[in-house]
Write a protein that binds this ligand. Sequence first.
Ligand code: 13P
Length: 122
Amino acid sequence: MTRVALIAHDEKKPDLIEFAQAHETQLGAYDLIATGTTGKRLIEATDLEIERKESGPLGGDLMIGSEVAAGKLDGIVFLRDPLRAQPHEPDISALLRICDVHDTALATNLASATFLIEGLAD
Ligand SMILES: O=C(CO)COP(=O)(O)O
């Protein structure tokens, strides 16, 4: 089954929620995982079932990265906040890097997230 990770930094969580609501039917057909707070907010705002990992600053990005390394994920939507530094920047860089190592589809803004989700549907 297609497995997708959803992640957003705090300033971008409203955008990700709106995106998930707009694509709820399609996302509902997938195995979904998310970092802790992102998952909590998405579950509150949609009817999607989502497996929650740790919060990003507590290792959630790395947990999702380990799934990428294990070849378990088909795509990641990761709406980063480009305007604020994050305390766990090394973990974020590690996740982006491992996606490139394994050629795993990664969207870091809404425009590319739309392409990713449309691509998964094909
Ligand atoms: O910090 C994050 C990604 O780097 C996201 O973590 P939360 O979903 O727990 O806010």
